[in-house]
Structures are given as C-alpha cells and as structure tokens.
Design a protein around this ligand. Structure first.
Ligand code: MD3
Ligand code: FE
Length: 217
C-alpha cells in the first residue's frame, strides 16, 4: 500500500515512528481508503446507531460509539465487556467489512504483528468538545494481541501515558488517515484523547471518527 505521508503539501512529511517499543505510528497509512471506510461506517451506523454509553460510575461518555464484527465493546452500570449482541437492538453487530479487516491486518503486519485477525471493531465518534479520559484497554481475553487504531476526520491530540496512571503523559497529533498499532510492552499503557478542537473536515464535517480493531476473544 502506498500512502501519502501528508495531507497538506505545506507540511513536512511524517515518517513512521516507534513511540516506544511496541507502539508504532503509521502516518497516512489509511489515507487512500478513508472515503471508503467512512461510507462503511455510515452503513454500520444505520443498523447499529452511534450511542453515548454509560460508565460503571454512572457518567454518560461524551464520545458516541458503535461496533462491527463478532464482538462489540459495551459499557453500562454493571461494567465494561464485549458482547456478541447489540444491547440496544438485541441483534448481532453488523459484520466487519472486508476493507476494515484488510486494513487492520496490513497495518499490524507493517508494525511487526503478522497474522492479526480482529474480531471486534469499536467505532468512536468525537464531536467538538468530546474527550476520552486516561484509561487502559484490558477487557480483551489475550493481551498478547495488538490493537490497531485508525483516525479519520478532524485532528486530535492523543494522550500517551505509561504503565501507571500517574506516569508522565506525552501528546501525539493524530491526523486524518493515520494508523497506530499498539502491542507488546505498550499494550497496557494508559492513554486518552484531548477535548476535540473546533473544525470542519471535508469528509466528516465537525467530527473525528476512530476505528479501533481488537482481537477480544
Ligand atoms: C494504546 N480510543 O477506544 S485509539 C479506545 O482515538 C481508545 O478513539 C482512542 O482509546 C481514540 O479505547 C485512542 C488508540 C489506542 C487504542 C487502544 C490502545 C491506543 C492504545 C491500547 C493500549 C495502548
Ligand atoms: Fe483505549
């Protein structure tokens, strides 16, 4: 796959970067497929609408979410879990489109994780002002599998912490088409997304979409 390294010719190209062992940024890796991916997101959301989940603490998340694939990540007052059925509809989640699975597998391979077969894709939609506070992803059965994350639409400032919640946090810009792969020692690091700044993107309007691929089961 040949992906442009930048959107804006005035900006210098960004090379693939290892944030630290196990965490790779692949700038623009999904750029050429972005419109196709967003069409698929729209189709999924007609059947499994984006919704604001409630955390176990009773707070409504500012990020709206849905899922595709065999399993979907859900949260309610009783906790976080992966479920085969959308609790809103009682139906299985929409199938994972082939273009999603191919991209996730190719990105994982490019980052040194061949043979990644995601069974869950969490789709996050950030409106202006939405944020995701620092957390770990640890609801997956086998934490040896990496996570692949695809950023679409408005840019975001990603917060990259350490193994402890109190560790120092770095900020990493995530732009339209960027893909990140997290595995190995980085898999349990705390991370989050800063409040989304105002803007308008030609493909998504005033929002950012993030696809997060996991092998949950
Ligand atoms: C680092 N989403 O859905 S993706 C999430 O941009 C989530 O919507 C963010 O964190 C987003 O859980 C960030 C990047 C990401 C995903 C999982 C990770 C980074 C990760 C797991 C371990 C370490
Ligand atoms: Fe996460």
């Amino acid at each position: 796959m040949t992906a442009p390294l930048f959107d804006d010719p005035a900006q210098p190209p960004r090379a693939p970067q290892e944030l630290e062992p196990g965490a790779m940024v692949l700038p623009g890796f999904a750029h050429d497929q972005a419109a196709l991916l967003l069409q698929a997101v729209a189709a999924i959301a007609t059947r499994a609408p984006m919704r604001h989940l409630i955390t176990p603490g009773g707070l409504r998340m500012s990020v709206a979410m849905t899922n595709c694939g065999n399993l979907g990540w859900v949260s309610d007052r009783t906790g976080y879990r992966y479920a085969a059925v959308d609790p809103e509809s009682g139906h299985p989640w929409p199938l994972m489109p082939a273009c999603f699975e191919d991209l996730a597998r190719e990105a994982a391979a490019a980052a040194g994780y061949p043979g990644f077969t995601p069974d869950a894709c969490l789709i996050n939609r950030y409106a202006i002002g939405s944020r995701l506070s620092l957390h770990q992803d640890r609801d997956e059965r086998d934490l040896a599998h990496p996570i692949v994350s695809v950023s679409l639409g408005l840019p975001a400032s990603f917060l990259w912490g350490g193994r402890q919640r109190t560790a120092k946090v770095r900020r990493v810009a995530l732009l339209h088409g960027d893909v990140m792969v997290w595995g190995g020692p980085a898999r349990l690091h705390f991370h989050g997304v800063q409040r989304l700044a105002r803007g308008n993107h030609p493909l998504t309007g005033p929002c950012r979409i993030n696809l997060t691929f996991r092998k949950a089961d």
